[in-house]
Design a protein around this ligand. Structure first.
Ligand code: FA5
Length: 347
């Protein structure tokens, strides 16, 4: 008998393939094995398609078309056979397998708010009671608002206090603190009085350490109105510290420097004398810094649209994560964004 022509060989491949698939019956494993034999890397269909190179030139077009038809026919048959086999397996398991209804159900683990969100909510609650609204502003900020309008012109040495991430758009940066929000809210509300907190994420190009992250939360506060004084700032912060850390807490005010407040202060809180961690947390002083603050600089008031001869204001900026670290003796700020459930589940 003469050798089969290439076209005859294709026809045989198709009949043989269909017959073998039929005999794989409704068994998923057998059907998949068939697929490997015909469509695997070294499968027969692939070999037949590659065989076109050995076919005489004038027959190539016809061969190619026929080979593709065989491929499609076998693929279609496989898809049907697989579905039939899977359905048969399902029916079999439904009729013969039993379900153990006495097995205990899987425990659902309810989600919780992230500890950083929890402390933010606590801070919002305290300031809401003091009559503050929450005001949100953008995280990608202009150099103008982040620095310039806060009394830090280009080349001002105070800019060194905030190592900055720049974007590829000139003049657009990731905000290094929540203070540019002061300008946004002033320009929106002027000439009305203001009493807001501005929470949100800040970014600094700093070396990451146990106390410093490149991405961290701040809560800014801003109050503007007629006759607002340093005594109001002190009273507000004392009320906040007592609600946050306990009714007997004292605050201590030290003079400091920020270009956008004058005078500027830093605020420490006294640590309970009976806490064994007191020395470690306060470096032996008994006091711990929780925020920076001051009376809004007249230049900043003017940049916000207010007349510094008519109104005054105070502002403060705190780090909620550092406060949470203090309260729970968390010794590494990197735990916050580490996504380790063993840490997060404790809150
Ligand atoms: C400021 O950012 C000022 N804008 C605060 C301010 C606002 C002063 C309004 C006056 C008026 P400072 O760089 O100190 O200040 O940051 C404030 C707080 O943010 C710090 O006390 C600290 O709690 C937190 N903080 C700063 N850098 C980091 C960091 N890398 N990681 C975590 N928290 C940080």
């Amino acid at each position: 008998m003469p050798d089969a022509t290439p076209l005859e060989a294709l026809a045989t491949l198709e009949t043989q393939g269909l017959a073998e698939l039929a005999s794989a019956a409704a068994e998923e494993v057998a059907v998949r094995a068939w697929n490997t034999k015909y469509f695997g890397d070294k499968g027969m269909v692939k070999a037949a398609l590659a065989g076109i190179g050995k076919v005489a030139k004038e027959e190539r077009a016809a061969y190619g078309q026929a080979a593709n038809k065989v491929k499609v026919a076998l693929e279609t048959a496989y898809a049907v056979a697989l579905e039939v086999a899977q359905e048969a397996a399902l029916q079999k398991s439904l009729t013969t397998d039993s379900i153990d209804v006495t097995l205990p159900g899987r425990q659902l683990s309810p989600g919780k708010l992230h500890p950083a969100t929890q402390i933010l909510h606590k801070i919002y609650g305290i300031f809401a009671d003091l009559g503050f609204q929450v005001y949100r502003t953008r995280e990608i900020e202009s150099d103008e608002l982040n620095f310039e309008l806060l009394n830090m012109p280009e080349h001002h040495p105070a800019r060194d206090m905030w190592d900055t991430f720049f974007t590829q758009t000139p003049g657009q940066i990731l905000r290094t603190h929540t203070s540019p929000g002061q300008i946004h809210v002033m320009r929106e509300r002027c000439p009305e009085p203001i009493r807001v907190i501005l929470p949100g994420m800040c970014y600094r190009n700093e070396a990451i350490s146990t106390r410093s992250e490149i991405q961290f939360l701040q809560v800014e506060g801003l109050v503007i109105g007629e006759g607002v004084t340093m005594a109001d700032l002190k009273g507000t912060l004392t009320a906040f510290a007592r609600r946050m850390f306990g009714p007997d807490r004292q605050i201590r005010i030290r003079s400091s420097y920020f270009p956008f407040t004058e005078p500027s202060i830093e605020v420490d809180i006294d640590w309970p004398k009976d806490d064994p961690n007191r020395d470690r947390l306060t470096k032996g002083t008994g006091w711990l810094e929780i925020l920076g603050a001051g009376m809004v600089h007249p230049i900043v008031l003017r940049n916000g649209g207010y007349d510094p001869d008519k109104v005054t204001g105070f502002a403060f900026g705190m780090g909620p994560q550092r406060m949470l670290m203090l309260q729970h003796a968390i010794d590494d700020i990197r735990l916050f964004w580490g996504n380790d459930l063993r840490f997060l589940r404790q809150f």
